[in-house]
Design a protein. Structure first.
Length: 331
């Protein structure tokens, strides 16, 4: 950004004072703010002073605003030199601010600059008849309709060198000119082939319906894929030869005793043999026969049924040494 300084002394007016009408207007602006905050009206007052002075701010106008608001001159000067909407040097009756920022630059602002140079001269130069002046500025916020320029208070958009030349011709001749897009665009609607909101499908629901159908199809597809992968995983984890169930697991096993009086009687043999222990014929006493009364060669008498628990792991609950000797953990 260029340095912004006050205009040379030879173009500065000797004095400045608001007109009665502008004085009233200024009082109205100041009254908007609470006592002690009158300085908040500095920008509207500078704006009105610039308008009254012919489009630029003489030094005396800046000082007049400072006096009215009770501010030091330097504080008002800081404001006037900071904001580019305040022109510090005289301008033409039509002051053109050409946007040179990237979007406008890419859309042909350089060619427009050439037109202004040729028709008006360098920047900050006022034509001899006082009609035109121009300056390059940063983005004016109408990039959608680039390239563009502001002339006094209006925007002129979608410019071409030919269109800009015609606008300058019309202004110089006092003919009316139309602000806004110079190529028929409404506001900042799409350029050229405008299709936005013109497709009937947007209004009959079919576009929305198509989207919904697509979502439903995708959901069904996803469900099928998930079901198939879960079934495949279940098949892969199942054993090829399932183990037979153990019906006796956890229950007492009942089996025929090997050589009991009852079994012998059942098989037609003499139930009690001479060398059987005493009381062997009595099933109720079979289990009370002592080892002393039983010859070593004879097995212990049994009933016709024997009950044994499901075999357990022999070493379970015993030390490894006990498991080998067949003793319990208590010795
Ligand atoms: S870049 Fe030109 S108006 Fe924004």
């Amino acid at each position: 950004m260029a340095n912004r300084r006050l205009a040379p002394a030879d173009v500065q007016p000797a004095s400045f004072a608001f007109t009665a009408e502008n004085e009233n207007w200024a009082e109205g602006q100041i009254a908007k703010y609470p006592p002690g905050r009158q300085a908040s009206a500095v920008i509207p007052l500078l704006w009105k002073a610039q308008e009254q002075a012919g489009g630029w701010l003489p030094q005396k106008a800046i000082e007049a605003v400072a006096d009215k608001l009770g501010m030091p001159y330097i504080r008002v000067l800081e404001v006037a030199t900071f904001y580019t909407m305040f022109n510090l040097e005289p301008v033409g009756r039509y002051h053109i601010q050409l946007c040179g920022t990237v979007p406008c630059h890419n859309c042909g602002a350089l060619d427009l600059k050439e037109v202004l140079r040729r028709r008006i001269g360098e920047q900050n130069h006022v034509t001899a008849d006082g009609t035109f002046s121009w300056i390059e500025v940063e983005c004016l916020g109408a990039c959608c309709n680039a390239p563009m320029a502001q002339i006094n208070f209006d925007y002129y958009e979608d410019l071409t060198p030919e269109i800009l030349e015609k606008i300058l011709d019309d202004l110089a001749a006092g003919r009316p000119v139309k602000p806004g897009s110079q190529q028929g665009r409404r506001s900042s609607e799409p350029k050229d082939d405008v299709k936005a909101l013109t497709d009937p499908a947007l209004f009959d629901g079919s576009v929305i319906g198509a989207w919904r159908k697509r979502f439903e199809e995708e959901a069904i597809k996803e469900l099928e894929t998930r079901t198939a992968s879960e079934a495949a995983a279940a098949t892969a984890s199942a054993p090829s030869q399932p183990k037979p169930a153990k019906p006796d697991a956890g229950r007492a096993i009942e089996s025929e005793a090997a050589n009991t009086p009852a079994k012998r009687a059942k098989e037609g043999e003499t139930p009690v043999k001479p060398d059987d222990p005493k009381g062997a014929a009595d099933p109720g006493k079979a289990f009370v026969a002592s080892n002393k009364e039983r010859p070593e060669s004879q097995p212990a008498p049994q009933s016709d049924k024997s009950y044994t628990m499901t075999p357990s792991k022999p070493e379970e609950g015993r030390t490894a040494a006990d498991a080998k000797t067949g003793r319990g953990s208590d010795g």
